[in-house]
Each structure stands twice: as structure tokens, then as C-alpha cells.
Design a protein around this ligand. Structure first.
Ligand code: ATP
Ligand code: MG
Length: 397
């Protein structure tokens, strides 16, 4: 914005989770993830006193870099800022004026005047003026030199931030970040991902709590098409924009599904299928160093998600199963899907393996003992081993 300052991003993170001995670990993860997010810009990521700075940006890429950094889990807010060396009062005033003039030009929108307030912070105690004095004096200077602004201390439209540290930082925007915990700070879990609306949202939500993701998808070629499979890869890519790289396992499920369809009681086929999906997912998760499974199930949404069905599904595995959407209405899930950008892909009309083999009258209150017995009608061991052997792995993100 001006010739004297460097363009940088000032990144704030929530300190709630960062107390005590774990703090350096969380900060390290967060910095690592921000570095990945801004890799394309050749930017430098630095840490100083509870702040992270992304330096080495310019006028052309700062907006794009802001977009990327605000999506990194653990980021509370981002301010595109001007960094200057000089702590001469005249220089500070002049630089602040240039910055505020530019913001005013962007925000005025045909109006005559716009409100502002200066928020000052003095971390460098050698600087001769105290924070409140800096705020007041700089406010006066701006008011006298920029005709389109007036002071509103309660609800200013333009909040002018100035921080006197090793260098001087000024900004007029504080853009909200996604929050959450740095990806990887909570370990790894395996997401059962279908082509639907729910599971990508479930993956996003758990990644936001700091989990790294593996993903497992079951497909039933030729009953499901190549395009249905590509759609899942696309969905995983969108989730990976937030979660970081995802190791996606594509498991051929046709033989198992046909065996269930032919040999097990029709009304139980969906629940048996879900038990086998969970079992296979757990085996893959174990190999991948994942400690839990994630699904997009919501209580009561369909016959396979009644409490009884969930209990029966759960009985097939020993790992904890995270169901972050369990208490969500479909509308709420759809809203998040839109926000994170998976919705449009999820609603593409390709069949998935659940819909192809869905029975007309599925049980809604299955009993664990019945299902265990029905599952014994077929020896799935070989088929499961074969499916795992033939699993393709795709790295996305
Ligand atoms: P979604 O919108 O995620 O497809 P859904 O409402 O269609 O969910 P179900 O089809 O009953 O619900 O699936 C419940 C959960 O089981 C999904 O959220 C997902 O975690 C998992 N799942 C379903 N189908 C598959 C599949 N083909 N591969 C992997 N996981 C699956
Ligand atoms: Mg589905």
C-alpha cells in the first residue's frame, strides 16, 4: 500500500488450548501448517510473543494468502498489515494516514463519512508513549488529516490497529479464522467417506479438532460408476484443503455386497453391510496408525441410523467411532457443507453402493445377537482379505 512498509500477515491464535507444557507443540504444529498453506508464495513464517507473522508477501498475493491462512485450523484471526521499521512519530503518523486513506476509499461506498477508532498496543516498553496516548494522538492526527472520517469509540466501522513491537505494525482489518486445533495435534483417525453430504462434513469437523485424516471409501463397480468414485476423490480434495493431505483408500466392495445380498436376510442387508464396512475400515485404520473411526451418521436420519442400528454397527469394531453429526439436523449439515464448499459436489447425482443394494423393508430395531448370527451365514474372511489386498491408495491434497 505504501513504499515504506512491508506487506505481512499478522496471525492470532486462540490460547485457550495452549496452556502449559504442550504449548510449544501446538504452536509448532500450527506454524508447520501455516507454512504449508503459504508455500506457493515463498513466504516466511515467524513466531514472536504469542503471534505468528507471515512475511515476504506483496500487494498482489496478500489477499490470496489471507484466504489460505484463515482456513488453517487453530487460526483465530488474520490481519493483513503494514510493517515498518521507523518508530519516528512523524513516520508512524504518515504511514497510518496512507493505510487509513486506502481503507476509507474501499469502504466509503458513496457515503460522505465513515467512523473510526485507533486501537494501540505498546509491546516495546522503550517506546516513549503509552498505549492510550498513542491511540489518542494518532486518532487526532488522522482526524485532522483525513476529511472523510469521524470518531466513534463504541462501534467504529474502521478499527485502526497499531502495535509497537520490534517493528511497527498497522492494520485496519481483522478477518475471522476458522478456529479449532492445529491439524495433527490430536493424532490420526480414519474417515468413512461416501459420496454423500454428511461424511465430508464429519471429516471436516474432526480435522478441525486437530485430527489428521485417512479416508476409506467402498465402491461396488460396476454397480457404481467410475464417476461416482471420482466424485469421492474430489470431495476428499476439498476436505484436504482444510485438513491437509489425506491418504484415501478405495476398497472394492462388490463381492462382499453380492454375498450379503444373496445369502443374508433381505431386511438386514444394510446393517450387515455397515458392520463389514466398519470392520474393514478398522483394519485399514490400524495399518495406517489411526486410533479412531469417523462417520457422518446422524441419529434417526435413516433406518441404519436408529439408536439400535448404531449399536449393532458399533458392535462390529473395537475402536472408538466419532460421529460428530450425531445431533445435527440435515439442514444444519447442509449449511456447513455449503460453507466448506463440498455441497455442490456431494449433490451430483451418482449412485453409491448403499443406494444400489438398499432393501425395501430394512430393520429399524436390529438386535446385536441376530445380526451376529446372520453374519455367520457367510464366511467373509477371504473376501475381506481380498478387498484389502485390492485396495487402491490415492493421496489427495
Ligand atoms: P453420507 O451423506 O455421508 O453418504 P448418508 O446420510 O448417506 O451419509 P449412510 O449412507 O447411511 O448415510 O452412511 C452413513 C455413514 O457411513 C456415512 O456418513 C459414511 O461415514 C459411511 N459410509 C456410507 N457409505 C459409504 C461408502 N460407500 N464408503 C465409505 N463410507 C461410507
Ligand atoms: Mg450415503
Amino acid at each position: 500500500m505504501n513504499n515504506t512498509g512491508n506487506r505481512i500477515l499478522l496471525v492470532r491464535y486462540s490460547e485457550i488450548h495452549l496452556k502449559g507444557l504442550n504449548r510449544p507443540f501446538f504452536e509448532g504444529k500450527l506454524i508447520e501448517n501455516i507454512k504449508k498453506a503459504v508455500k506457493v508464495f515463498n513466504a516466511r513464517v515467524l513466531r514472536e510473543q504469542g503471534r505468528i507473522y507471515v512475511a515476504g508477501l506483496d500487494e498482489q498475493n496478500i489477499e490470496e494468502a489471507t484466504e489460505k491462512v484463515k482456513k488453517v485450523f487453530g487460526v483465530h484471526s488474520v490481519s493483513p498489515a503494514v510493517e515498518t521499521e521507523s518508530k519516528e512519530w512523524n513516520d508512524i503518523c504518515e504511514n497510518a494516514k496512507l493505510l487509513v486513506e486506502k481503507t476509507v476509499a474501499n469502504k466509503l461506498n458513496g457515503r460522505e463519512k465513515i467512523s473510526f477508532k485507533v486501537f494501540a498496543k505498546r509491546a516495546d516498553k522503550r517506546f516513549p508513549m503509552q498505549s492510550d496516548v498513542i491511540g489518542r494522538e494518532l486518532g487526532h492526527y488522522l482526524l485532522e488529516n483525513i476529511p472523510e472520517i469521524y470518531v466513534d469509540v463504541h462501534e467504529p466501522e474502521i478499527k485502526v490497529g497499531i502495535e509497537i513491537r520490534e517493528k511497527v505494525y498497522m492494520y485496519t482489518d481483522e478477518i475471522k479464522g476458522v478456529g479449532g486445533m492445529p491439524t495433527g495435534s490430536s493424532g490420526r483417525a480414519a474417515l468413512l467417506i461416501s459420496g454423500g453430504i454428511d461424511s465430508p462434513v464429519a471429516g471436516y469437523m474432526m480435522a478441525k479438532r486437530g485430527l489428521e485424516l485417512s479416508a476409506v471409501h467402498f465402491y461396488s463397480y460396476p454397480y457404481t460408476s467410475e464417476r461416482a468414485r471420482d466424485k469421492v476423490v474430489d470431495l476428499a480434495k476439498i476436505v484436504a484443503e482444510y485438513s491437509g493431505p489425506i491418504k484415501l483408500h478405495l476398497v472394492p466392495f462388490t463381492d462382499i455386497q453380492l454375498a450379503i445380498y444373496e445369502k443374508c436376510p433381505s431386511k438386514e442387508t444394510t446393517v450387515i453391510m455397515r458392520r463389514l464396512m466398519m470392520k474393514i475400515a478398522q483394519m485399514i485404520a490400524e495399518k495406517d496408525g489411526a486410533l479412531a473411526l469417523i462417520t457422518g451418521e446422524a441419529l434417526g436420519q435413516v433406518a441404519s441410523q436408529t439408536l439400535e442400528s448404531l449399536c449393532v454397527t458399533n458392535d462390529a469394531v473395537t475402536m472408538p467411532v466419532f460421529r460428530p453429526l450425531i445431533g445435527f439436523d440435515k439442514d444444519d449439515i447442509m449449511l456447513i457443507a455449503r460453507q466448506i464448499g463440498t455441497y455442490e459436489t456431494s449433490i451430483l447425482p451418482y449412485e453409491d453402493c448403499c443406494t444400489v443394494f438398499v432393501p425395501q423393508h430394512p430393520v429399524t430395531k436390529p438386535k446385536v445377537e441376530d445380526l451376529r448370527a446372520s453374519e455367520q451365514l457367510v464366511d467373509f474372511t477371504e473376501m475381506i482379505n481380498k478387498a484389502i489386498e485390492d485396495t487402491q491408495v490415492v493421496f489427495v491434497g
